[in-house]
Design a protein around this ligand. Structure first.
Ligand code: GLP
Length: 390
């Protein structure tokens, strides 16, 4: 059943999302939750079973946990950890191994008993992998399951190394890495050709069984995939969307990673707005783009049907708003000393610059905003804005 969402502002969001000003604040908050969990369980004489992630994203959380250990006597003696994944094949002492990553960022700096640390073994023979994976699952189960799993998200929408196509009930297993994932990892390996093509990962089903799941994402780079994971339909194409089915999940984001969510990117769709000029311009251009109409042809009905009734009521009639935004667009053209060239939509011209042999000057060129073009014509042409760079 769909999650009951009582807040209009987050009605497109299919799981709980908390947005922090920056990744530092977010990391401290997640670390504080982990520390509280460890202390609460310790007070009851219980061990804490943590599912841990690698990648750039959780580094700030681990740094804060190390600080809490050193400065506020947080102990990891009662903590048992299971890492999400390891490249395959991979030697544990290799610089790129997740064993090295975890040792350097957390385990070497806290009082955890290394016997309580579990990371998939990248040195196994193919024949031994299946039994290892089964044992990994059984160890987690015997310990009563994961209390908390922390996650990052890959640009393919993977969690752990559960790439597109992973099943929602998948367990720990050997997988083949997606091309984009190997591209993203190439910086750590000195080239994509050195990135292993396979990995051993906990499954979506393994993650799903955790009593609490926190997925973290920082930076603009993650904004598009975060939007899909939070607002998109549940689909194997974006494995993180399976998390929408969990009652125990939370996405913790910085502002940049959250910026494509509806409540930030097109807020007029979900709440009353304060219509300062920048937002008005963004909304009108968005409306023209969405409807593929010239700005001057946007009607009151268009405004009403696309969450912009408030703007129409407060600053209408819409014809005046259209003129206002159209005029502002023209001004910005003039500011660039622009010449508009129309071309039939027959070839791809990339964003960039070119040297004009005649004038011996450099020219920049970029695509015009489609709605600006629509202001002037509705013919099926592509426009390029050409302007002198110096
Ligand atoms: C990596 C890891 C994932 C991680 C993701 C994002 O490949 N296997 O567990 O969440 O990709 O990485 P990062 O945090 O560096 O952006």
């Amino acid at each position: 059943m769909a999650r009951l969402n009582l807040l209009e502002e987050t009605r497109y969001e299919k799981l709980p999302v908390t947005v922090y000003n920056n990744q530092q604040d977010a990391s401290l908050a997640v670390a504080a939750r982990i520390a509280k969990l460890i202390k609460d369980k310790e007070a009851k004489g219980e061990k804490t079973v943590l599912g841990l992630a690698t990648g750039v994203t959780p580094i700030g959380v681990y740094a804060e946990l190390v600080r809490l250990h050193k400065e506020e006597s947080l102990s990891f003696k009662n903590v048992i950890t299971f890492n999400l994944e390891e490249y395959y094949p991979m030697q544990p002492n290799a610089a790129q191994s997740y064993v090295t990553f975890m040792n350097e960022n957390l385990f070497n700096h806290v009082d955890i008993d290394k016997k309580n640390v579990h990371i998939p073994d990248g040195t196994l023979t193919q024949d031994d992998v299946a039994a290892f994976c089964l044992d990994y699952e059984q160890k987690i189960t015997k310990l009563g399951g994961l209390d908390l799993q922390i996650l990052g998200i890959g640009r393919t929408g993977h969690i752990g190394f559960n790439e597109p196509g992973s099943a929602p009930n998948s367990g720990t297993r050997l997988v083949t890495l997606d091309d984009l994932t190997r591209n993203d990892a190439s910086r750590d390996f000195g080239g994509k050709q050195n990135v292993p093509t396979k990995a051993i990962t906990m499954g979506v089903g393994t993650i799903f069984k955790a009593r609490e799941i926190i997925l973290m994402a920082w930076s603009q780079k993650k904004a598009p995939i975060v939007k899909k994971a939070v607002e998109g339909e549940i689909s194997g194409e974006v494995p993180a969307t399976y998390l929408q089915l969990s009652d125990h999940v939370e996405f913790v984001l910085d502002e940049a990673a959250a910026s494509s969510l509806t409540r930030f990117n097109t807020p007029w769709l979900v709440k009353d707005c304060s219509w300062e000029n920048g937002l008005k311009k963004k909304a009108v251009i968005w409306l023209a783009d969405t409807l593929d109409k010239p700005i001057l042809k946007l009607t009151e009905e268009d405004y009403n049907n696309h969450g912009m009734a408030q703007l129409a009521v407060e600053q209408g009639p819409v014809y005046n708003i259209n003129i206002d935004i159209f005029t502002q667009s023209s001004v910005s053209f003039r500011r660039f000393n622009a010449a508009i060239i129309t071309l039939k939509q027959t070839r791809w011209v990339p964003l960039g610059s070119a040297k004009s042999p005649a004038a011996n000057t450099w020219w920049g060129f970029t695509f015009c905003n489609k709605s600006m073009v629509n202001c002037m014509s509705s013919s099926p042409t592509v426009f390029f804005l050409i302007f002198p760079v110096s």
